[in-house]
Structures are given as structure tokens and as C-alpha cells.
Design a protein around this ligand. Structure first.
Ligand SMILES: [Zn+2]
Length: 296
């Protein structure tokens, strides 16, 4: 028996080494990367194209990202045209026919789906509805389930491991979500203003409402009349907070908040958008803390 094992060992070793190789995964955003890390553990090696400090609508299609995708097995994206300005270029440049592309928006209840025809010429960068759905932790659970399913399809032998990680992720997020909801419960119904249309999922989850935007159309820098309009609205409705992503330049939001008589709540809109926000749960920990502070 011993002799047989020794004889067979050289044949088994390469196969085992191969099986231990983590799945190379690329994600368009840092939020997806954080969830892939939680589910894939050491069985996935994940890299995000956009950093959490970047506006994911605008990312430069660098050759280094194409090389990254050339070596990847799977690429996960948010979809709904969030990455339409750069992801197709990267996929094309990657020249990787084996690359599996997964759009995580499938199965997500999308807000603000346009009913009539939409022209990007009007400047609307949300032509298929609002793509910022990761800012509701319940959608994060849907994303995690889909990610587990897709990882399992690529590495069936690790299926049980992914399922266990998914359960841990869901349990942890569920417990924390309850705490976040309790913390902000006193502010249910509060009205806020926002810079870009990216907090729709968040406010809907928390029972807040947005009275107006600094950007009239998503992606179009506000004209002076629009700035005057939002300031007036904020004054009339006596809103307490103006929500802005940490990736947005602070000059305009600061001036609007000041004139409108509101506190400026600078929130991380993605994992990595702020120091110490390293996981998907950290993201809401920070957002909820800052909202509670701004709405008090
Ligand atoms: Zn957007």
C-alpha cells in the first residue's frame, strides 16, 4: 500500500496544486470585491478596477486593467450601464474568450427605471434606472447569493465552503442591519437633499426622503439656476442634511449646504471610500453613524 502511494504521489501532486489555485476574479467596483472576498475567502483572488475613492461612472480604461482581465476567469459588474463608459473597452482589450461576465443587476428590484425613451445626449447617466443599488444592504445579500452561485459554478468542489461563507455573511449583515435600522428609527420620514442621485436605495431602506438634488440630471454639473433652486428648496423644507459621496469634489456641496442651512454629510458611497471602510458591513456602519450625526 505504502509503495503504491509513493508510486502514485507524483501524479497526484500536480492535480492537487492545480486544485488549490484560487479563482482569479476581477470586479468593476470595490463593493463587489468586498463581497467576493467574504464569500470566496482564500478560494478566490479578487481585484477591483474602480477604487472606493473613485466615481464608478468614470473610470479610465487603462491597459493594465485589460491585462488583469486577460488573466481573470470571471468579471463581476454592477450593470445598468454604470460601467458602460469603460467596461466594454476593457473586455474587448482583454482578449480573453474564457472570461465569464456576470452582471449583478439581474434580479435586483431596480429603482427609477425610465418609462419613456431616454437619450444619453440629455446627459442622463442612469438610462436603465438607478444603478447604485449596492447602497441597500438587502441588495448586498442578493449580490452575495449570486456571487456564491457563480463561484460554485466555476469551482464546484468548493461549493460547501462558499455556502458556509454566504451564511456567515448573511447572518452578520442581518444582525447589523437591525441595529442600523434601530439607530436611525427616530429619523424616519426626515427630509434630506443630495448631490448625485445615488442615495435612492439607501433612503428608501431607512425611510428618509430626498427633496431635491444639486445635480438636476445625473452626471451633468449643476447650472447656477439649479443651485439657486436646490438652496431655496432646502431652506423652505428646512432639511437638516445634504448627502454627498466622498468621491465628489467638496466645493459646491459645501456652499450649497451652507446657503441651504443644512449639515453636509460626506458619506462613503463604496467600500474604501473612506479610511477604515474595508468591508461591505463597514460601509453602512460609517454611513449610518454619519447620518445619525447629521440628522440629530
Ligand atoms: Zn449615478
Amino acid at each position: 500500500m505504502k509503495a503504491l502511494l509513493i508510486l502514485l504521489l507524483p501524479f497526484f501532486v500536480p492535480a492537487l496544486a492545480n486544485a488549490a489555485e484560487p479563482i482569479p476574479v476581477v470586479t468593476t467596483t470595490a463593493d463587489i470585491a468586498a463581497i467576493v472576498k467574504a464569500i470566496g475567502g482564500d478560494r478566490a483572488r479578487v481585484e477591483s478596477i474602480a477604487k472606493g475613492t473613485q466615481d464608478p461612472h468614470y473610470v479610465e480604461a487603462k491597459p493594465s486593467y485589460m491585462r488583469l482581465m486577460n488573466r481573470a476567469r470571471m468579471v463581476f459588474s454592477i450593470g445598468l450601464q454604470l460601467e458602460s463608459g469603460w467596461l466594454p473597452l476593457l473586455v474587448q482589450g482583454a482578449r480573453n474568450p474564457k472570461l465569464i461576465q456576470i452582471d449583478l443587476s439581474q434580479g435586483i428590484p431596480v429603482l427609477e427605471r425610465p418609462t419613456g425613451p431616454v437619450s444619453r445626449a440629455q446627459g442622463d447617466i442612469h438610462p436603465e434606472g438607478n444603478p447604485h443599488y449596492w447602497l441597500d444592504p438587502r441588495n448586498g445579500v442578493s449580490m452575495a447569493r449570486r456571487i456564491a452561485q457563480e463561484l460554485k459554478a466555476v469551482a464546484p468542489a468548493d461549493g460547501a465552503f462558499f455556502e458556509q461563507n454566504l451564511k456567515t455573511f448573511e447572518d452578520d449583515l442581518g444582525r447589523r442591519r437591525q441595529k442600523w435600522e434601530e439607530r436611525l428609527a427616530p429619523f424616519r420620514g426626515a427630509e434630506v437633499a443630495a448631490y448625485h442621485k445615488e442615495w435612492e436605495y439607501l433612503v428608501r431602506w431607512l425611510g428618509l426622503s430626498i427633496v431635491g438634488y444639486v445635480e438636476d440630471k445625473p452626471g451633468i454639473p449643476p447650472a447656477p439656476q439649479q443651485l439657486a433652486h436646490i438652496v431655496r428648496t432646502m431652506q423652505q423644507r428646512k432639511v437638516k442634511a445634504l448627502l454627498v459621496a466622498s468621491s465628489t469634489g467638496p466645493a459646491i456641496p459645501q456652499s450649497v449646504a451652507e446657503k441651504g442651512g443644512a449639515r453636509l454629510a460626506v458619506l462613503p458611497a463604496s467600500v474604501g471610500g473612506e479610511k477604515g471602510v474595508d468591508s461591505y458591513g463597514d460601509l453602512f456602519e460609517s454611513i449610518v453613524g454619519k447620518l445619525a450625526e447629521a440628522l440629530r
